[in-house]
Design a protein around this ligand. Structure first.
Ligand SMILES: C[S@@+](CC[C@H](N)C(=O)[O-])C[C@H]1O[C@@H](n2cnc3c(N)ncnc32)[C@H](O)[C@@H]1O
Length: 231
């Protein structure tokens, strides 16, 4: 092997997000500074749910929680369960931190990180009861589709972090992405589609309508839920 090849950096991962300088409010900024020590977790440190939450309970990961409204609502309605959220957009993270404090929730913690890296480096195999991916960026232009989060490699990675019987649930308002997810997830050996016809599921009660879902509905989009269990 030549020196050039041996010293070459590993190929850069195509990420499912582009970090934009979004508008951040003073209260979101304040929350990021003052509430982060209470709710934020470091993806570079070992993650021990029992130590973080002070108990052993079913653990759900929501990937790309946006402004966190659905995560906060879910955590409030399921107090016997624990939740972690992964997001990269600081205003959304600030919004969630404010909600967690306002609702007095102690069963949610937050990672500011690419969820793929979180799953790879921080979450042990079989650790999760649920993985939720609600309205991931659709990357609908043909040249951007390679950025879509749900790929065969992602499905295998996510499934490996679920406990046997654990649930993988995705929802989207883009038909074309829904069809791609169906093909990818139905093709993942360790995931079993829970819909009677092996296609799309009814919306489970724990998924409250999210901000992006409501935006899609205003635009006349449909909604597709995909629910699987790890075999
Ligand atoms: C279209 S928004 C949907 C937000 C929310 N789930 C909703 O339905 O309102 C997608 C979100 O996923 C986040 N995201 C995309 N890729 C991600 C990744 N690899 N890790 C963590 N967050 C990600 C983006 O920052 C964005 O906030």
């Amino acid at each position: 092997m030549t020196d050039t090849l041996m010293n070459a950096d590993p190929p850069r991962r195509i990420r499912s997000f582009v970090l934009r300088q979004g508008r951040i409010t003073a209260s979101q900024k304040n929350a990021l500074e003052n509430l982060w020590p209470r709710y934020g977790l470091d993806p570079a440190a070992a993650f021990d749910p029992a130590a973080v939450f002070g108990r052993r309970a079913p653990l759900t990961l929501e990937i790309g929680f946006g402004n966190g409204e659905s995560l906060a609502a879910m955590a409030q309605s399921l107090p016997a369960e624990d939740f972690i959220g992964a997001e990269v957009h600081p205003p959304g993270i600030g919004h969630l931190l404010i909600e967690l404090e306002r609702r007095g929730l102690d069963n949610v913690r937050v990672f500011r990180v690419d969820a793929v890296e979180l799953l790879e480096n921080c979450i042990p195999e079989g650790a999760l009861a649920r993985i939720l991916v609600f309205f991931p960026d659709p990357w609908h232009k043909q040249r951007h589709k390679k950025r879509r989060l749900v790929s065969p490699a992602f499905a295998r990675l996510a499934a490996s972090r679920l406990a046997p019987g654990g649930v993988f649930h995705a929802a989207t308002d883009w038909e074309d992405y829904a069809m791609q997810m169906l093909e990818v997830l139905n093709g993942c050996e360790t995931l079993v589609n829970q819909a009677p016809d092996g296609r799309f599921s009814e919306r489970p009660a724990y998924r409250t309508p999210t901000k992006f879902e409501q935006r899609g509905q205003r635009l006349g989009h449909g909604v597709w839920d995909l629910v699987y269990r790890r075999s």
